[in-house]
Design a protein around this ligand. Sequence first.
Ligand SMILES: NC(=O)c1ccc[n+]([C@@H]2O[C@H](COP(=O)([O-])OP(=O)(O)OC[C@H]3O[C@@H](n4cnc5c(N)ncnc54)[C@H](O)[C@@H]3O)[C@@H](O)[C@H]2O)c1
Ligand SMILES: [Zn+2]
Ligand SMILES: [Zn+2]
Length: 381
Amino acid sequence: MSSPAKCATVLTCKAAVAWGPGEPLALEEVEIDPPEAMEIRIKVACSSLCRSDITQWESKAQPSLFPRIFGHEASGVVESVGEGVTEFEVGDHVLTVFIGECQSCKHCFSGRSNICQKLGLERKGVMHTNKKTRFSIKGRPIYHYCAVSSFSEYAVVHSGCAVKISKDAPMDRICLLSCGVATGFGAVWKVADVSKGSAVVIFGLGTVGLSVAQAAKLRGASQIIGVDNNPRKFEKGKSFGVTSFINPDDCNEPIPQVIKRMTDGGADYSFECIGDTGAVTTALQSCSDAWGMTVTLGVPKTNPEVSLHYAQLLSGKTLKGSLFGGWRPKTDLPSLVQKCMDKEIHLDGFVTHDIIFDNINEAFNLMKEGKCLRCVIHMQK
Ligand SMILES: NC(=O)c1ccc[n+]([C@@H]2O[C@H](COP(=O)([O-])OP(=O)(O)OC[C@H]3O[C@@H](n4cnc5c(N)ncnc54)[C@H](O)[C@@H]3O)[C@@H](O)[C@H]2O)c1
Ligand SMILES: [Zn+2]
Ligand SMILES: [Zn+2]
């Protein structure tokens, strides 16, 4: 049986605290509360850095949400469970997720969406249930990110925002399924449902974009065109299935024109994996007029509005967005974990750096400079 919540006490642990937007993280001793009802506290094993962490860390839009602990792509071991939790026991291995699945709201019941009405994307830096933080330093609250905050030796998450995984899954690789890789695979397999022989274009060849490539290759796409302004991504992309590469900086004509020529009228599917709303427009323009579909995944740094000529839609194109590739975490993630264990999905190629927790700022620098895919941060000594 799990240890009752009352036995869990406040813990002191090391966490990487961002005191202000874009400021290097400071490794601080923080206090972390025991889990409240329906929450669990996790000893974080590994937490990889996703572009979304960087975007929010750099953003000056919500200065009141600092000091803050980022990190949302993580694996760990359940350390204690709150009242009412029956799904998890101390010692279970888990992945955290940034959108939960309560399995009881209208959306969860519908089977048509992964946007849970109770445990959807948390944007206010607090926990879903009582709108408070579980971290503090000398009584001062430290805000969460996506109700996960895994750049800490311990994290408290809602039990609906964790998925139990096999103890055989390697913690330092499976954490990638907690966000980036699952997002790319879901965009292809679930949201777009890419078919064999399709022409696919991917804008942005980071971990999300290259997951799209790997998933499209597994579906038998005949053309996988990668668009990225970092020339280093071309060689990297090839090993994930990218068949041709366009660097917008080397093009003398509009990208949609180039793609339409390469694909005899436009791509069947295009994926925006940069986080740039201008690229959403370009991705839609690059699709086939007849049936092209654009799936947009990126989180924009600035300018959240998309502009497009309505004729783009009248011709029959589709523009879709998706969080976490449309996967319902508890329902769908276990089968993706199994596919990784069976080596159907390959995670190793995404990990360019393994970094100890003390050097977490190195990971932030590498991503800012476009020199990594995923840096896996090992949270325990
Ligand atoms: N929808 C979701 O659920 C979800 C999940 C994870 C990440 N994201 C978002 O997806 C995006 C990609 O994430 P990632 O971790 O792969 O990021 P990344 O930084 O590793 O990859 C982005 C890629 O885009 C390229 N790029 C940047 N500007 C460009 C431009 N103007 N033209 C062409 N290429 C350009 C970069 O060189 C890089 O290769 C981010 O916006 C991230 O926040 C969304
Ligand atoms: Zn729900
Ligand atoms: Zn992410």
